[in-house]
Design a protein around this ligand. Sequence first.
Ligand code: GRF
Length: 211
Amino acid sequence: MTDNVTDGKGGLKLAVFASGSGSGLQSIIDAVERGDLHVEISLLVCNRPDAFALDRAKAHGISSVLIEHRGRSRDEFELEIRSELDKRHIDLIALAGFMRILTPDFVGGWRGKMVNIHPALLPSFPGAHAHRDAIAHGVKVSGLTIHFVDDSVDHGPIIFQKSVEVFDGDTEETLGKRVLEQEHIWYPKVLQWIIEGRVHLDGRKVKVEGV
Ligand code: GRF
């Protein structure tokens, strides 16, 4: 059993990566402010100047860095991200609607310490159009997956999944809204399990104590 996660003693520094509206970031901020998530949100990393996530961070006094990917090599882009993370001694990274693929070189340094949330029950419907694909396939159940990030997109060891019913007539919007509501409940909870040192990674398998 390899414990890649934290000592559970709190005081850990979290960086959130987002590219869009940042409702996932907001759910994490709200959980910290409610006292349900014992971590310091030390940084928001954002790659799009128009992302509302930047406004959310500002409204809550959270440091953010805008690192645009346009016009830069992946190496330059990731080098700047690394520098910002190092400056702040980040312990854990949560991707929350971050729409850039990170290289294996970057990911390799964060094994067991970088997580992502995907709005489908992986390995079904990976990629950027999960709700569209799930509806097109005619599934009766979709949901969310929270997983460690590895070298392949939407592929890393699964920590937690929650199912959400798909109704006849659902659209991407109606299904997306229903799944997003659950994302906002469960992402902060799972991050707290990691902070408490209850999440153990063993190869592809993840064991969560007490769940
Ligand atoms: C969420 O559905 C998340 O699962 C997916 O992208 C969406 C991001 O939404 N990766 P937001 O930017 O956090 O509001």
